[in-house]
Design a binder for this molecule. Structure first.
Ligand code: RB5
Length: 149
C-alpha cells in the first residue's frame, strides 16, 4: 500500500513531554473526520516514551495503518520505534520532511517534538504525512534494503 487513503485508523501516543501536543493533534485530526485511536497517556504525569512507542508500533505493524508519536524532541520516540522491523519512524520539523518521509522513505510513523514544534506546524506536518504517497520507483529497492539490515 503506497498511501494511507484506506487506513481505518491513526494510532497516536506520547510521553508526558508530548502530551499537550498529542491532545492538540487528536482534536485537530478528529475535527477533520479521522479515526484517531489515542494510545495514551491520558494525563501529563511523568512517563517513559519507549512504553508508548512499543504499543503504537504494535498497532501500526498489525494494521498497516499510520502512527504518530510525540515526545519532547521526537528523537527518543523515533529511536525506540525504529527498533521494530517494519517500522520506519521519521522525526519531522519541516513540511518537506513530512512529505519526503512518505514519498521517499515510506515512513509509517511520524515523530514530532513538542518542545521544538509549534502546534500549528505539527498539525500541518500530520496532514502532509497522512496524505502524501510513497512514490516507489528507485526508492522501492532502498526501502527494501532497510528491511534486511
Ligand atoms: C523527556 O524529558 C524527554 O527526554 C523525552 O520526551 C524525549 O524528548 C526524549 O527523546
Amino acid at each position: 500500500m503506497n498511501d494511507f487513503s484506506a487506513a481505518k485508523a491513526i494510532y497516536i501516543g506520547s510521553d508526558h513531554a508530548g502530551f499537550a501536543l498529542k491532545e492538540v493533534l487528536v482534536a485537530a485530526l478528529r475535527e477533520e473526520g479521522k479515526n484517531v485511536v489515542d494510545m495514551g497517556p491520558m494525563n501529563a504525569e511523568r512517563t517513559d516514551y519507549p512504553d508508548y512507542a512499543r504499543t503504537v508500533c504494535a498497532k501500526v505493524l498489525e494494521s498497516g495503518d499510520p502512527g504518530i508519536l510525540i515526545c519532547g524532541t521526537g528523537i527518543g520516540m523515533s529511536i525506540a520505534a525504529n527498533r521494530r522491523h517494519g517500522i520506519r519512524a521519521a522525526v519531522c520539523t519541516h513540511e518537506f520532511h513530512a512529505r519526503a518521509a512518505r514519498e521517499h522513505n515510506n515512513a509509517n510513523i511520524l515523530c514530532i517534538g513538542e518542545r521544538v514544534t509549534a502546534p500549528g506546524l505539527a498539525v500541518e506536518l500530520a496532514r502532509i504525512f497522512l496524505s502524501a504517497s510513497f512514490t516507489g520507483g528507485r526508492h522501492e529497492a532502498r526501502v527494501a534494503k532497510i528491511e534486511i539490515i
